[in-house]
Structure formats: C-alpha cells, structure tokens
Design a protein around this ligand. Structure first.
Ligand SMILES: CN(C)CCSCc1cc(N)cc2c(=O)[nH]c(N)nc12
Ligand SMILES: [Zn+2]
Length: 368
C-alpha cells in the first residue's frame, strides 16, 4: 500500500510525501510530460537539473511505438530512456480518443486503428494494466472513459458507470499480476455535474486505490466550471492518499488547485508552449519572438535561477527562435519546465512555513 504522509495542512492546501519503487515524491508536485519516452528537447540530466521528481509516459504511444517487446528488453522505461526517478504512465483511453482513427468504445475496451500505421487494436482495462506493468512505471492509471465537453447528464452517467466497471477490472488484474509493486490510481469522472462527480468519487473510492486522479477536466470547459468540479470533488477524496488533477494547467490553475487541496499535476503547457516561443515568468507569459525583445540584454525572468536565465538574454533567445534554431526549443523548455517545477516547490515551502496565503497574494500581485 502507499505510504502517503501528510506533513502539514494549512486550510485545504497540503504538503505531503510518498515513496515509489524509484524514489520519494514530495507534494505538491508537477510532472513534466514525456509522452514518447522523452520530455521533448531535454536530456534526463537536464530534467534533474531543473528539479523534475517524476515524469509522465504514455501507454497508448509506447504500446504502438516502439512496442512492449522492445521496452520489455530493457526491463521497462527507466533503463530504456536513462531516467532512474519515478515515472507515471497514463492508461491510454484519453489518447485513443484524441489521436486514434476509427475508434470504437465497447464494454470490452477501446477498438482503434493506430494513428501511425493503421493497424487494428483492442485496448481492454487488463491490456492497459499489462502494458503499464511492462513499462515498469511507478504509478499506473486505470483505463477510463474521459468524456468530451459538452456532454449530457445521461452521457456522463454512462461514462462514469463504464469507468467504475473498468476500474474494478483494472484493480483485479493489477492485484493478480503485481501484488502492489507499483501504485495503481483510480480516476474519478462525472463530467461537469457535481452530483455525478460525487457518485463517481464514491464508486471509485469504494474499490479503494493507493491514489486518486480527477479526470475529465481541461477538456475545453470554461475555467470556472473546471474549478467548480475540482472544488466539489477534491474534499470528497481521502486525505491520506495523493490527489492528481490530470492534464492541468496554467500557473494560476496550479495555485488555485493547490489551495483546494490537490497534490499532483501534469500538463503539456511548459513543454509545448516552449516550442511555440511562449515563456512563463512571475509577471505572466511572454512571446519571445516579439520585436520588443530584439535588443533586450536581460534574462527571460530576473527572478529565475534556471540555466537559460543564468547564461542567455532575451535578445539571443529571440534570435534563436526566429531562426528556428534547435537550441531555441531546448533553452525555452529548460526555462519553462524549471518555472513549473519551481512554482510547486515554492508552494510546498510556503505551506510548510504556514504562509501559503501570503504566497498566493504575492503570486497574483506580480502578475499584471
Ligand atoms: C500526456 N498528457 C498530454 C496527458 C496525460 S493526462 C491525460 C488526461 C488529460 C485530461 N485532461 C483528462 C484525462 C482523463 O480524464 N483520463 C485520462 N486517462 N487521462 C486524461
Ligand atoms: Zn529561467
């Protein structure tokens, strides 16, 4: 079972820690996304340098390419990609719907054609867990049905009921196959309906998991709806288990959700926006290609201690980006991932020091 330790709780914001087969995780934690066994543009050494504790991999992508046979040769992702710290893998359902062609959802699982070569596959709850075990990931996710937005109450009921039946199947297969070597997290669905969020949380908790994720958010809904669903669902989850909000969010989202009691986050924004030239700073985001940075000798962010901010000017980063130089993507990504990892580290320190409210006020006061 998981040894999640709540170290302090101020209001709803919490600082905690727990162990995995590849090391300790302190929370709140931000998990950079490494879908195809790489956090795009960074080496594992650079990821460690920016303070990444745990990264995300993706079952759907890795199952299709390079496949479990090859990753299995390396006894899993860690040796394959030279990352010795913890890895969390998503179960693949979300990606089937966002990437695969001709996909069909049945009671058995997801039928789909690979977006790479058109080959046909059936992804069952058991298959998803089997692949995640083969990837040797430290935190694995149940196969769920992530509902698109908007959806009717009836559609949300069907999706949460299927998600619950699949969660039961995932847990039975996981218990039979691993006996708890890694942590299996359940995923709460329920669309944008508080009554269904309550029901899904109760059903998933009734199966009992080492940790719980809130899924079905950041799927195109208005921000206030996302926050309302999170605010309703977070307090329902057990205080002694990690709480993971999937696929979220902006820096402001992370501050609000930590304040509501969330512990774990993953989001493609720091890595994806870096490749689009959008950089995060304590005063908000900047687009490095903007002409106003043409002669700017200062760093991206004067308060940032990352490698990029210690050695390069905005003028140089703008030059690299407009010239589409490969180094632009690397230096931008180092800064953005450092920004996100550092933001949650500062929140943890503020919570431990009993000054999270002051941290939150200062966070907003710096942003125009
Ligand atoms: C690799 N990342 C881009 C994605 C990792 S998290 C993916 C992800 C994102 C969102 N928003 C909702 C859900 C959800 O409801 N269920 C699952 N299984 N995954 C989800
Ligand atoms: Zn920086």
């Amino acid at each position: 079972m998981i040894d999640f330790k709540l170290i302090v709780q101020s209001e709803n914001a919490r600082a905690g820690e727990f162990h995995t087969a590849h090391g300790k995780i302190t929370t709140p934690v931000f998990m950079p996304v490494g879908t195809q066994a790489t956090v795009k543009a960074l080496t594992p050494e650079e990821l460690k340098e920016v303070g990444a504790q745990i990264i995300l991999g993706n079952t759907y992508h890795l199952y299709l390419r390079p496949g479990t046979e090859i990753v299995g040769r390396f006894e899993g992702l860690h040796r394959f990609m030279h990352w010795e710290r913890p890895i969390l893998t998503d179960s693949g359902g979300f990606q089937v719907f966002s990437l695969a062609k001709l996909r069909k959802l049945t009671e058995k699982g997801y039928q789909f054609q690979s977006h790479i070569d058109g080959s046909r596959h059936l992804f069952t709850p058991e298959k998803s867990i089997e692949v995640q075990i083969c990837l040797n990931s430290d935190i694995i996710m149940c196969l769920d049905q992530c509902l698109e937005y908007p959806a009717t109450h009836e559609q949300a009921v069907e999706a949460l009921e299927l998600t619950t039946r699949w969660a039961q199947r995932c847990k039975e297969y996981w218990e039979a196959e691993t006996g708890g070597l890694n942590h299996l997290f359940g995923i709460v669905q329920g669309g944008m309906f508080t009554d269904l969020r309550q029901r899904s949380a109760e059903e998933i908790m009734g199966i009992d998991f080492p940790g719980y994720a809130i899924g079905g958010l950041s799927v195109g809904e208005p921000k206030e709806l996302m926050m309302e669903m999170a605010a309703h669902t977070l307090p329902l989850l057990p205080a002694d288990r990690p709480r993971y909000i999937m696929g979220v969010g902006t820096p402001e989202d992370l501050v609000e959700l930590v304040d509501l009691g969330a512990d774990m986050f993953d989001c493609v924004m720091p890595t994806r926006n870096a490749r689009n030239g959008q950089l995060f700073t304590e005063r908000g985001t900047i687009n490095i290609c903007n002409a106003r940075f043409r002669e700017d000798e200062g760093p991206v962010d004067t308060s940032c201690s990352c490698y990029t901010c210690r050695h390069y000017s905005r003028a140089y980063l703008r030059h690299l980006y407009t010239a589409r130089e490969i180094l632009a993507y690397r230096l931008n990504t180092i800064h953005n991932v450092h920004y996100y990892v550092n933001l949650v580290k500062e929140m943890r320190e503020a919570i431990l020091a009993g000054r999270f409210d002051r941290f939150k006020k200062a966070f907003y006061s710096k942003r125009q």
